[in-house]
Design a protein around this ligand. Structure first.
Ligand SMILES: Cc1cc2nc3c(=O)[nH]c(=O)nc-3n(C[C@H](O)[C@H](O)[C@H](O)COP(=O)(O)O)c2cc1C
Length: 439
């Protein structure tokens, strides 16, 4: 991560905050406003109450994500799926054990930046925490994000999404009345970060995926108090175990849909060791911000793209902006009814998130919802181009069924009438430089 920060700085994509900021609200507020101005990463040199500098907004830019996986043409979906295909055939044993780094410093949780993000959050949260844990049966390692609430130097509380691998491992351990050992990694290499963001079959290793993204073997060293191999690249490591048969109040917390999730009885992570690399940098992610959502949207879109391409011709690209609950499919129309078939296929491609699905022609910018809606409004009738499916469950965490049902919108132009919908263009418009006129 430090190499990546240096690269962004050299490329002029890192803004530095020299004044001291308060970890309660101020750091989050500066992050939010800075993100409205640009995708640049933000480096806070001084944060009140801690010696650690804090970096944020490292992974908010779609272009930077493409660069990280060598998708030079800016098409994330096919490049990402190629990486996943290659990971499938890789050995799960893709790591090389080495000695622990000589510069490790021991400490306690409260030495780290304790950042409180929103007005009604229950307390400080570690939002960039990647949990490393092993399947208790197969011993295959997994990486996954789970924000964690700071309670004391001995305890964090975590909300485990039921569909996530960590929850499944914890359930397996709990059946045997055993705690699940895990390590939180904060401040990892881009390859580990990207590998953690995605869900892959449990018999593939996410460390193998990270190794494929990085193009090199992942070097690890033995954890201090648990049976795990820690990636050398992790800046900060928190070792511990998720207790069996123990739930305590966690939350409320302002999360990715823009609302507070209420407090609930959730899992307890008991800390056994905390240490970091000398001069470590702490990574903060503002939940629901572009750094949180862009990556999650992009890997979800790649999953949809793979499924759609398997069953239909003419699928050009997929996006899940502006929020994960939305899917926009770009097609090159091949026959009448093609767009409706794309809608039907999309409904089955992800059971959690595609609450609304739009299909557009390949001249529409699928990262711009204004263009998508404009295409629907200008390219055909409303009644024949919408599909509503009632009473289908959606997002797994939905006690009031607010995410049930599906909406499909065909925003493509009528098949065979492309000439009537040619977009008007002023000759010379594209290359014109306005500065030549307003001097
Ligand atoms: C930057 C980022 C932060 C995330 N934070 C959380 C989180 O706090 N809690 C959660 O349940 N999921 C979170 N997710 C979603 C999933 O946990 C994540 O994609 C997960 O790593 C899936 O891995 P798994 O299928 O291997 O369990 C986050 C995803 C990203 C990309």
């Amino acid at each position: 991560m430090r190499n990546y920060i240096n690269k962004l700085q050299a490329d002029g994509e890192l803004r530095t905050v020299d004044v001291e900021v308060d970890p309660q609200y101020e750091l989050a507020a500066v992050t939010k406003k800075a993100q409205l101005q640009s995708d640049d990463a933000v480096f806070f040199k001084q944060v009140k109450g801690t010696a650690f500098p804090v970096v944020t907004n490292l992974f908010s830019s779609r272009r930077r994500l493409c660069e990280l996986i060598q998708a030079e043409d800016g098409n994330f979906c096919p490049a990402w799926n190629k990486i996943l295909d290659e990971t499938a055939s890789m050995s799960v044993d893709c790591t090389r054990r080495t000695n622990a780094p000589a510069d490790l410093v021991s400490g306690k949780l409260s030495d780290l930046p304790l950042i409180t993000y929103h007005g009604k959050d229950a307390g400080p949260y570690f939002t960039s925490a990647i949990y490393l844990a092993k399947d208790p049966d197969t011993k295959i390692p997994n990486l996954s994000f789970h924000r964690s609430m700071y309670v004391s130097d001995d305890e964090l509380r975590i909300r485990l999404g039921t569909s996530h691998d960590l929850a499944k491992y914890q359930q397996k351990a709990e059946k045997k009345n055993a705690a699940l050992e895990a390590a939180l990694l904060i401040g990892v290499s881009p390859a580990l970060f990207l590998a953690a963001s995605t869900s892959i079959p449990t018999h593939w290793s996410e460390l193998a995926l990270a190794s494929r993204i990085a193009g090199e073997t992942i070097e690890t060293y033995r954890a201090r108090t648990i049976d795990l191999e820690i990636p050398l690249a992790a800046q900060i490591v928190i070792e511990g175990r998720i207790l069996a048969n123990e739930r305590r109040l966690e939350g409320p917390f302002g999360e990715f849909l823009g609302y507070y999730v209420p407090a609930a009885e959730n899992h307890v992570f008991e800390i056994t060791s905390v240490y970091w690399r000398k001069d470590a940098v702490f990574h903060s992610i503002l939940c629901g911000s572009s750094e949180d959502l862009t990556l999650l949207e992009t890997v979800t879109a790649a999953k949809m793209y793979r499924h759609l391409n398997n069953v239909l011709p003419g699928i050009v690209d997929v996006s899940c902006s502006p929020v994960l609950m939305n899917t926009i499919i770009k097609i090159r129309q091949q026959y009448e009814g093609h767009a409706r078939q794309a809608l039907m296929a999309a409904f089955g491609a992800d059971l959690d998130f595609n609450k609304a699905v739009f299909v557009v022609d390949d001249d529409v910018d699928i990262t711009n919802m204004n263009e998508v809606i404009w295409a629907f409004l200008t390219r055909g009738r409303a009644d024949k181009r919408t599909i509503v499916i009632h009473d289908v469950p959606g997002f797994y965490r939905d006690p009031h069924k607010d995410h049930w049902g599906r909406l499909g919108i065909d925003a493509t132009m009528p098949f065979g009438r492309e000439a009537e919908f040619e977009r008007k263009l002023i000759p010379g418009e594209t290359d014109l430089n306005l500065d030549d006129y307003f001097k």
